[in-house]
Design a protein around this ligand. Structure first.
Ligand SMILES: [Zn+2]
Length: 330
């Protein structure tokens, strides 16, 4: 608070006095949702009544907005600036690359609140360049060539540096280095639940990889191939500390999913996934022993688990337990 005046006029004391800052909890409705936040209040040192300090309201407002966005899962303005930096792009071409109206990003940077769907798209491109690549390729013709080349160069760079270890490979190694006993069958299901939970808890599409509805549940073929030689046995990999290669918010979600699902063996996880719409719908029409390579789309996973989340609240252990019990396979 050093940048503020040392003393201000107190209307009760009718004199200029020193003051101190306290915080008080306030409830306030923001975009139809109730939010609690800590508001800073200046108090006269002499009489204890509140005094007006120029600039304090602005701080309160901006902290309130940051907190409200955070609690309700909306992207922060700073994160939008980070997207511009990450892809070396200006506001207008970014809007167009994402398929938004051309002034949309500019309005968001001025403080306008995005709708939830656009906010989720922004969160996704911030941490997933593969998703940015997909949208950029689709909308490239709308962007001027100079801006498009700059974005292209950044995407090429991220693709190059990550070509050795994709996100799904890093997450797989992280799972295999956990305390749980993991087989190729359970690994596939855990990846699937991690994709689902990142989507509903972080609004982020963590993998771009193809997920297929095999006889034994959802499978990511490229990861399946990699560990195929272990057959049905526990996969053992060299211990290495991978915690630094994953963002903390990802690790939190992955650890949570592991704590809830890695306690089951591959067969049980397969049974759970067989009771869920994404696998059932993709596998429909195939016999129980028939080879099936139909895609379980990212959207199918998102839609299904969004519904489940609304009903059971999957951010809580008790909600996940209730959901698992509801599938009736244990
Ligand atoms: Zn006073």
């Amino acid at each position: 608070m050093n940048k503020y005046l040392d003393k201000v006029f107190c209307a009760d004391c009718r004199s200029v006095n020193p003051y101190h800052i306290c915080t008080e909890r306030r409830d306030r409705v923001w975009n139809g949702i109730e939010c609690t936040y800590n508001r800073r209040v200046a108090v006269c040192d002499k009489c204890g009544n509140s005094v007006y300090v120029p600039g304090l309201d602005d701080i309160n407002e901006s902290e309130f907005e940051i907190k409200s966005r955070e609690e309700n899962g909306y992207i922060q303005v700073d994160d939008i600036n980070e997207i511009l930096h990450k892809y070396n792009v200006e506001k207008r071409p970014l809007s167009l690359a994402l398929g938004f109206g051309e002034h949309t990003i500019e309005n968001y940077l001025k403080g306008q609140l995005p709708n939830k769907r656009y906010s989720d798209i922004l969160e996704s491109v911030l941490c997933n360049y593969g998703y940015m690549r997909e949208l950029f390729d689709k909308n490239r013709s709308k962007i001027n060539e100079h801006a498009a080349e700059k974005i292209e160069a950044k995407l090429n760079y991220y693709e190059l540096i990550n070509s050795h270890n994709s996100m799904i490979e890093t997450v797989s190694l992280y799972i295999l280095n956990s305390k749980f006993e993991i087989t190729n069958m359970s690994l596939q299901k855990l990846l699937y639940y991690i994709e689902a939970f990142c989507q509903i808890l972080l609004h982020v599409r963590i993998f771009d990889n193809r997920c297929e509805a095999w006889t034994y549940g959802p499978v990511y073929p490229e990861i399946y191939e990699k560990y195929k030689s272990f057959g049905g046995n526990q996969i053992k990999v060299d211990q290495s500390d991978l915690s630094g290669s994953l963002k903390e918010e990802y690790r939190r979600v992955i650890d949570f999913v592991l704590s809830q699902f890695a306690i089951f063996n591959g067969v049980t996880l397969k049974d759970l996934s067989h009771a869920e719409d994404p696998w059932k719908n993709a596998h429909a029409g195939y016999g129980s022993k028939e080879r099936c390579e139909e895609i379980i789309t990212h959207d199918a996973i998102t839609e299904y688990f969004t519904r489940v989340n609304q009903k059971y609240d999957l951010s809580k252990e008790s909600g996940v337990k209730k959901y698992i019990a509801s599938l009736g396979v244990l």
